[in-house]
Design a protein around this ligand. Sequence first.
Ligand code: UDP
Length: 335
Amino acid sequence: MARHHLVTGGAGFVGSHVVAALLAQGDRVSVFDDLSTGHRAAVLPGAELVVADLADAAALEAVFASARFDTVFHFAALSLVGDSMRQPLPYLRNNIGNGLALIDAAVRHGVQRFVLSSTAALFGRPSGGPIAENEVVDPGSPYGESKAALERALAWAGRIHGLRSAILRYFNAAGADPAGRLGEDHRPETHLIPLVIDAALGRRDAIAVFGTDYDTPDGTCIRDYIHVTDLATAHLLALDRLSHGSVTYNLGNGAGHSVRDVIRAVARIGGRTVPHRLDARRPGDPARLVAASGLIRAETGWQPRYADLDAIVAHAWAWREAHPLGYRGDMPPSV
Ligand code: UDP
């Protein structure tokens, strides 16, 4: 019988690509999403969509009563480092409170496996060099703190209730579905690659480079951009690995690219200049976040298919160019 998964936040950027990968391997998927940042059109045909808020206890109980889920994938969360530095308490309350309610419901309803979308923002003051799983967790933002709390909660749920968890700490998710069905559409958009593409396409004013005085070769922040389809593949492999017990993996390509590198890559791929201006640092940003992803490679055989920054940018560019209104342009006018 096909496995059936509950995917919170399955209408969002990473969640929708994981749903696509689950459907492609013949699994059943129920998406639970309040569409506050996700999009109805990002839920591919074949998945069921329950539009509800995780804070709605009755709606959560109803969905767990409606089916016996093999796995819960948890993506739904407020997810912006900078925003969390301005409004810490909503981040902590929403992400920790809703995540705990979900873990509790999963345990009570006998779900055996849980996959958590976690983050490199756990590492607020990395010691330098690629970041492995044993790096000290010391979040530099309330967003990172909220994910650290859920990681700890899962450790206890595993120890006491036997819930197996895969914790996947993404570095910078980027790119878009190579088949062109799905892409990145945040409102407002705050992520570097889509913003730089929009600036190149003349859809926005110059991009602001946040900080040029970091201790990096060109003075701008270095991040490890990972293609969202490679992230999705990692979720499937980590899920299978749960037959051996719980896992925690850092997920990136292991290559660092500065903000200026990203601007150059977009200019190269798009064949346009990117208007940009130099600006102050954004609070909460560490200078350099690059993953050591040897563990997931060794334990699951994961291999990124689109490790090259140009490939990541090319897919992001293709989706963004084809969808000037994002997913809004994909919906019939009545929706
Ligand atoms: N960044 C920037 N200008 C922008 C948006 C982002 O210079 O308009 C920088 C940001 O400071 C960080 C990097 O680009 O160093 C990636 O930021 P993003 O928000 O995409 O992801 P994050 O690293 O916060 O998860």
